[in-house]
Design a protein around this ligand. Structure first.
Ligand SMILES: C[S@@+](CC[C@H](N)C(=O)[O-])C[C@H]1O[C@@H](n2cnc3c(N)ncnc32)[C@H](O)[C@@H]1O
Length: 347
């Protein structure tokens, strides 16, 4: 995700999409096993990015745990993301959020900069886990996607390789969380998913960026080789793919799927556009959202020798083109994300 506060300014789509999982998090906070007093209660926020969407769920969880554990019991909230995440922006946000989750002097914030496809915590350390809008990111790009910046279902060739990577990553993710959770601990995961036809509900949202890249190749601004490297490692699992590890194997021995809720998320950007009719504002909001999660893929694929100023100009031109196209045809950018929320218990 983009740092420097850019993700935080453009995370409304994600906050709307995760909100239907809050009741599951509250139920998990009510029923998760806690360590014996006076050990601190640990909440893990996996894939936190720069924190904009962490404060609401963490506050909901902290309030319930404070009531359950009584005053003065330390509660540790550990925000996890990749090592390159902008944790500075996260902590600055926590400092400047008056209505945050640090509701008393015994609630503490920490960071763990490591991939969640590895062990992030020691064994039996975490009472409550939360992972929002992150577990549909794969650990790597498993195959080239000819002609596009992400896998579109139905494309022959790379789909099976992406499905296999997603299967392996999901098992790895769950095995590590099973080790980290206390017996009786709980984890809530909310992420984008695919419906029975394999559609995520925002299947065309990267077409504008793809078109802009093709135009940049024609204009000689980027090379075909650079564009071929620009693939977002995203895969949206079906209900069956999500449920499979809980049915048999090492994950099923340790974790149970207590709840599996699904929802089509309303598009907050589109709702604002319908209210105002302002296509220019809609295009800016959509492009800000798109850029906040896609520009790191674009920029890391550019040839290493390109000077910083040139990279910046190229990115600005690409996203300006996307914005112009969305302003001309707003409906094309509208999303109806198919979301899944899971409440998972450690045996
Ligand atoms: C769309 S953001 C979601 C942020 C926040 N949880 C929210 O709900 O808005 C996805 C985050 O997942 C993180 N992420 C992706 N793969 C990860 C991994 N392997 N380990 C840790 N974090 C990861 C990304 O770096 C990014 O910050």
């Amino acid at each position: 995700m983009s740092g420097g506060g850019q993700y935080n300014r453009h995370a409304k789509v994600q906050s709307t999409a995760q909100s239907f999982a809050l009741p599951l998090l509250e139920r998990a906070a009510e029923s998760a096993a806690l360590p014996e007093s006076p050990r601190p209660i640990v909440i893990a926020d996996y894939g936190a990015s720069t924190g904009a969407n962490s404060t609401v769920p963490m506050k909901a969880a902290v309030q319930i745990l404070r009531r359950r554990a009584g005053p003065a019991r330390p509660i540790h909230v550990v925000h996890n993301d990749q090592a390159a995440n902008d944790f500075r922006a996260l902590f600055l946000l926590l400092e400047s959020t008056p209505d945050g989750y640090r509701i008393d002097d015994d609630v503490f914030s920490y960071a763990a900069g490591r991939s969640f496809f590895t062990r992030v915590f020691s064994r039996e350390h975490v009472s409550l886990g939360w992972c929002a809008i992150a577990a549909h990111w794969l650990s790597r790009v498993p195959a080239a996607v000819p002609g596009h910046v992400w896998l579109k279902r139905g494309a022959s060739g790379p789909e099976a390789r992406f499905a296999e990577q997603a299967r392996a990553d999901w098992s790895t993710f769950l095995e590590h969380r099973a080790a980290e959770l206390l017996p009786g601990g709980q984890l809530v995961v909310v992420f984008a998913t695919a419906d029975e036809e394999g559609r995520c509900g925002a299947d065309d949202c990267l077409d504008g960026l793809n078109d802009a890249l093709k135009a940049a190749v024609r204009a000689g601004d980027v090379s075909e080789a650079e564009v071929e490297r620009m693939i977002l490692p995203l895969y949206f699992r079906t209900r069956a793919e999500i449920a499979a590890p809980f049915e048999r194997g090492p994950v099923a021995d340790q974790l149970t799927l207590i709840e599996h809720a699904r929802e089509v998320s309303p598009d907050p950007l589109w709702a604002a556009y319908e209210a105002t009719g302002d296509a220019g504002a809609y295009a800016r909001a959509f492009t800000g959202w798109l850029r906040s999660f896609s520009e790191s893929t674009v920029t890391s694929a550019l040839d290493a020798g390109r000077p910083e100023r040139e990279r910046q100009a190229l990115l600005d031109a690409l996203y300006a083109r996307v914005q112009g196209e969305v302003e001309r045809a707003p409906e094309r950018a509208r999303s109806r994300w198919n979301m899944a929320a899971l409440r998972i218990g450690r045996r």
